[in-house]
Design a protein around this ligand. Structure first.
Ligand code: FE2
Length: 202
């Protein structure tokens, strides 16, 4: 079946459009993902020596996500899939940079399509949680909380579908400068919360 649409413009945010996302890989046949290899995001990991050691041999892909160019308009919704690959830098799992929204009072929904991981949440006052994600589970990211997805599976990627208001913007700088209060690391084969020794109160 095809759409009943008088003008099948791709990514038509004025009249509506469809797009495919694979339930296992998160990929779309219509849109490439933006790539974040270790060389680009190595500063997010606490063990800089471990990152440098890896980079001497290879530059693994840490995560990738869709940027669909939805207009940054108050009534629009930005969406896409995020895919965090399996692996660790030192004891720390592969993860996304993490961000606040520029419009801090903005929530977001992530629906886990595949894999096993956590959403690390933290607000400016220091309240935090790490919520487990598995296929079929959705997580509500509340207003004012920075969010970062972390893949704890040794083999499978963590694939999530996200939706948030398109004019919210991304504040990556606060996390880049201060870090998160807590890290999710592997100890004895299990995920553990560890206080971030490099956390900067800002
Ligand atoms: Fe977000």
């Amino acid at each position: 079946m095809t759409d009943f649409n008088t003008d099948n413009m791709p990514f038509d945010c004025e009249r509506g459009f469809t797009i495919d996302f694979d339930l296992k890989s998160g990929f779309s046949s219509l849109k490439e993902t933006s790539l974040r290899p270790l060389s680009v995001v190595k500063g997010i990991f606490s063990d800089e020596d471990a990152a440098d050691t890896i980079l001497k041999k290879q530059d693994p892909l840490i995560y990738e996500f869709h940027e669909l160019s939805v207009p940054e308009h108050a009534g629009d919704l930005a969406f896409g899939c995020s895919k965090v690959h399996p692996g660790k830098v030192g004891k720390e799992y592969y993860m996304t940079k993490g961000h606040f929204h520029t419009v801090l009072d903005t929530g977001e929904v992530y629906y886990c399509l595949a894999g096993h991981g956590y959403m690390m949440l933290e607000n400016p006052e220091g309240d935090w949680s790490a919520l487990e994600l598995r296929s079929g589970k959705a997580v509500y990211v509340p207003r004012r909380y920075a969010h970062r997805s972390i893949n704890v599976d040794p083999v499978e990627p963590l694939v999530t579908f996200f939706v948030f208001r398109a004019d919210a913007g991304h504040d990556y700088g606060t996390i880049a400068q201060n870090g998160y209060r807590n890290l999710l690391v592997e100890e004895n084969g299990e995920p553990r919360i560890m206080v971030n020794p490099k956390w900067n109160q800002g």
